[in-house]
Design a protein around this ligand. Structure first.
Ligand code: AFD
Ligand code: MN
Ligand code: MN
Length: 397
């Protein structure tokens, strides 16, 4: 592939980082606090702005409504803050899993009060999306059951269909609804949107502005994710990704930390859909969904952005003409070598050149570390925590 063509594709490869990835989180067994972790939407947007400043490829920030938009949050102020940090608000993520009302589900709950609360929350989210000019309303539901017989599977399916259709039809013009799937957790017997097929059917039934969100951590062992991606692309139903990696379940490890070749193959299917099958891949939302509780938050996000860029660049380099020829000749080794050759190509020099063309430091991680940002905000945020009467993270160290 021509160097200029690759650089253009890299320019277009824009990544959305999640506000929740900058805040303290943990596992169900506990949280590990970090002094530099962000607490407020201002701090999250500041951190996202730093990631974008050093990587040059993360201009969008996903927000989680209950965590980022408090009752008294002014959406215009959030937009202004984002602009101040040279980022924009990306997707709006309703929170349909934390409130006590959602004990037996949200849209699928047998409790009409829970369904009503979910409906009201989503309507609020649509208003917020409109106010911040977000183009994406991204749904993940924890809905499901824990025991055989607990609730009727098909009745729950129909409740979800009805809710998604109602919400789809309430979307402002131009907005896309993403339906994310996950095989289990927190439900451990039956999850109401458990796989890509269910998400596909729900999105199809909801309406033309609904698509599927593939969270790369949300697949059972051995699942061929790039095959799902190729199918969704060919049906024009791939809305986007939540990037993270997994060894056992939805581990929310940083992207490419376990299986970079799998990520490369996903990106190859996207380029193949565009180049061989003439698919429009320009609207795919490349979103990170990680909130690493042990790595320093901003370093982990920079690492993920650089990994995504590197694996995407490698996938762009696949000689797909040569690949098609080998496939036609049924020469398995030649065909496989087209992928392996690109995957094992060192694209770091090309990425350094791309960064320099954009006035960025060639080594974003090193430049970020040299900036002293983390130490500075750790001090500021610890002081702010103490002022708010919260326990200082350093007291746990
Ligand atoms: C959890 C869920 C899902 C969702 C994310 C943000 O597993 O991935 O997208 O939280 O709400 O990771
Ligand atoms: Mn996700
Ligand atoms: Mn997840």
């Amino acid at each position: 592939m021509e160097r200029e063509a690759l650089f253009t594709l890299l320019d277009e490869f824009q990544i959305e980082t999640p506000s929740w990835g900058y805040a303290d989180t943990g596992t169900r067994f506990g949280k590990f606090f970090q002094a530099a972790a962000a607490s407020t939407i201002e701090e999250k947007l500041a951190d996202a702005g730093i990631v974008n400043r050093y990587t040059g490829c993360c201009p969008l920030v996903a927000t989680h409504v209950l965590w980022d938009f408090k009752a008294d949050t002014n959406p215009d102020e959030v937009v202004r803050l984002a602009e101040e940090h040279s980022v924009r608000i990306g997707s709006i993520n309703p929170n349909l899993f934390q409130d006590q009302a959602y004990k037996f589900g949200s849209a699928c709950s047998p409790n009409p009060e829970a369904r009503r609360e979910a409906d009201a929350h989503v309507e609020d989210c649509i208003e917020i999306a409109r106010a911040v000019n977000s183009q994406v309303l991204s749904f993940w539901f924890a809905d499901g059951t824990n025991y055989p017989g607990q609730d009727d599977i098909v009745t729950r399916k129909r409740r979800m269909e009805e809710a998604l259709k109602k919400w789809h039809d309430a979307l402002p013009p131009g907005m896309t609804m993403l339906v994310e799937y996950k095989p289990f957790e927190p439900a451990f017997y039956e999850t109401d949107i458990a796989d890509w097929g269910m998400a596909y059917l729900y999105a199809k039934k909801a309406g033309p502005n609904a698509k599927v969100l593939v969270d790369t951590g949300h697949h059972l062992q051995g699942c061929n994710i790039e095959q799902i991606v190729a199918w969704l692309l060919d049906e024009d139903m791939l809305g986007g990704f939540h990037f993270n990696d997994r060894k056992y379940a939805d581990d929310d490890l940083t992207m490419g930390s376990i299986d970079p070749y799998a990520v490369f193959r996903i990106f190859h299917e996207i380029r193949n859909a565009a180049e061989l099958h003439g698919r429009d891949v320009s609207q795919i939302a490349y979103m990170v969904d990680q909130s690493h509780n042990l790595k320093p938050k901003i370093e982990a996000m920079i690492q993920t952005a650089l990994t995504a860029q590197e694996l995407y660049a490698k996938a762009c380099l696949v000689d797909r003409k040569k690949l098609q020829d080998a496939q036609t000749r049924m020469d398995i080794v030649d065909a496989e070598e087209c992928l392996r050759e690109a995957f094992y190509t060192d694209v770091k020099p090309l990425l350094r050149e791309w960064r320099e063309r954009h006035g960025l430091d060639a080594d974003p991680m090193q430049a970020y570390r040299a900036s002293g940002y983390e130490a500075r905000v750790a001090q500021e945020r610890e002081a702010a925590r103490q002022e708010r009467g919260e326990v200082a993270a350093s007291s746990y160290a």
